[in-house]
Design a binder for this molecule. Structure first.
Ligand code: NAP
Length: 463
């Protein structure tokens, strides 16, 4: 069998798999995938999937806590972390198997090893390198770089004593006390889950609120709710946090608090959640002249073309939107264009909905109020918002707020942003995202009859 392929994808995560499978399965291209880690990449193994499983466990813990309010006399033992993690791991292994089966069904050839790309005239050579140093080489007319990203550590003393989200998914025991550093998706999701499952949880952030890249309503509602629920948020920790190991086995975090006072915190685990960096070094890209920025993000045009003809990049290696479905959508469109002849097919990166699996959840699509004002001017922007307690909480003492904000532009009040906090927001934003993507106006929302009694009905009755 020839070792020459129409397409070689380097990186077997969600984006790479979708790309190779569509090329081979739909268009009959000879496609191969090269992956050095577990099949499925970050999302399946140390990201979205095990995270959502843990989030569901955390949601269950909250329901058990709330059960007496609904008349159930419930007592429960503490969360059995080791047993649950074993179940979660078994599920991921099942998924790994399904992913291999899918490759087989679509006739994608799989190579295990680290891909390194070279050029020979118009052809690409992809070395597949093994840990023992052995190398095999395959040839390709086209190559897609979908190698993803990895969580970063800060350059502070003792940083390596902390773990990242990867390490979180390796924990076989629940930390009794934990410090999470970082105000983005991962910091917020992990701290919310750990708290709900019973760990004493500290969250250190550089600003006053979490999720600073989201609408201000999401930032303040989540920050206030987390504080009220008992997560200890240390704000304005702007100086580096140093870690050291204590004889007790615990980790000591030394930091400067918001009043400028040198302080320490002793915890079982420190989790860094301060962002990710692209996996683009040592895979041959510099050598063949692929343009990248100083961080290593690959420069692409709207068609995912890099500076090297017939070499494409998608997912976390490009500086756009780092979400699994974005990588998948970009890959499928690229293949439709390159192998399916669908002219001009490319991913539109505007109005991509996303959700934060916090407690409560948040969902967002389009522009924040601030971004809309910056883009269109204050006099063009009209905002509708509401904050209330969902009916679920009517009989409960604990009230988890629901807050919605709609950002509209121009005299026709086109909806350019929708931001939701509250139960089921992740599910809701998927549907409402369709309306925003189609260019719906406030009137279109108003013309849609409410579904009663729901929280979502407030989105179509905003005043
Ligand atoms: P992120 O969203 O980029 O957030 C990291 C945050 O950490 C920054 O926004 C920053 O917030 C803070 N930070 C940066 N450097 C820091 C430092 N030296 N010390 C303290 N704080 C620092 O990154 P992430 O949460 O690690 O997530 C990585 C990617 O995974 C994201 O791009 C996201 O798209 C994806 N993801 C998505 C989901 C989802 O869809 N639900 C879930 C998880 C991850 P401040 O500026 O406020 O300090």
């Amino acid at each position: 069998m020839s070792n020459k392929f129409d397409l070689v994808v380097i990186g077997g995560g969600s984006g790479g798999l979708a790309t190779a499978r569509r090329a081979a399965g739909v268009y009959g291209a000879r496609a191969a995938i090269v992956e050095c880690g577990p099949i499925g990449g970050t999302c399946v193994n140390v990201g979205c999937v095990p995270k959502k499983v843990m989030w569901s466990a955390a949601a269950m813990a909250e329901s058990i806590k709330q059960a007496p309010g609904y008349g159930f006399d419930v007592t429960s033992k503490p969360f059995n972390w080791p047993e649950f993690v074993a179940k979660r791991t078994a599920y991921i292994h099942r998924l790994n198997g399904i992913y291999f089966k899918n490759l087989e069904n679509d006739k994608v050839t799989y190579f295990h090893g680290k891909g390194y790309v070279r050029k020979e005239d118009d052809l690409f050579l992809v070395d597949v390198r093994q840990e023992d140093g052995s190398v095999s080489t395959i040839k390709a007319d086209r190559v897609v770089i979908a190698t993803g990203s990895y969580p970063i550590l800060p350059k502070t003393p003792g940083a390596e004593l902390g773990i990242t989200s990867n390490g979180f998914f390796e924990l076989t025991e629940q930390p009794k006390t934990v410090l999470v550093v970082g105000a983005g998706y991962i910091g917020v999701e992990l701290s919310g889950m750990l708290h709900a499952l019973g760990s004493e949880t500290h969250l250190m952030i550089r600003g006053d609120t979490v999720l600073r890249s989201f609408d201000e309503m999401i930032q303040t509602t989540i920050t206030e709710t987390y504080e009220k629920e008992g997560i200890k948020i240390h704000t304005e920790v702007t100086k580096p946090i140093a870690l050291s190991q204590l004889d007790s086995g615990k980790t000591l975090a030394s930091y400067v608090d918001k009043d400028g006072k040198a302080s320490t915190l002793e915890v079982d685990k420190v989790i860094w959640a301060i962002g990710r960096a692209p996996h683009t070094r040592s895979i041959g890209l510099e050598e063949i002249g692929v343009k990248m920025d100083e961080t290593g993000y690959i420069e692409v045009d709207k068609y995912q073309n890099t500076s090297v003809p017939n070499l494409y990049a998608l997912g976390d290696v490009v500086k756009l939107v780092h979400l699994t479905p974005v990588a998948i959508a970009a890959g499928r469109r690229l293949v439709d264009r390159v192998f399916g002849g669908v002219k001009d097919r490319h991913l539109d990166y505007d109005n991509i909905p996303s959700a934060i699996f916090s407690h409560p959840e948040a969902g967002s699509v389009g522009l924040s109020e601030k971004a809309a004002i910056e883009k269109f001017g204050k006099d063009q922007v009209k905002v509708y918002k509401t904050k209330f307690n969902g009916m679920y909480y009517a009989v409960l003492e604990e009230k988890i707020p629901t807050a919605y904000k709609m950002v509209c532009v121009g005299p026709e009040e086109k909806v350019v942003g929708l931001h939701l906090v509250g139960d089921a927001s992740a599910e809701l934003i998927q549907g409402f995202g369709v309306a925003v993507k189609m260019g719906a106006t406030k009137e279109d929302f108003d013309n849609t009859v409410a579904v009663h009694p729901t929280s979502a009905e407030e989105v179509v009755t905003l005043k």
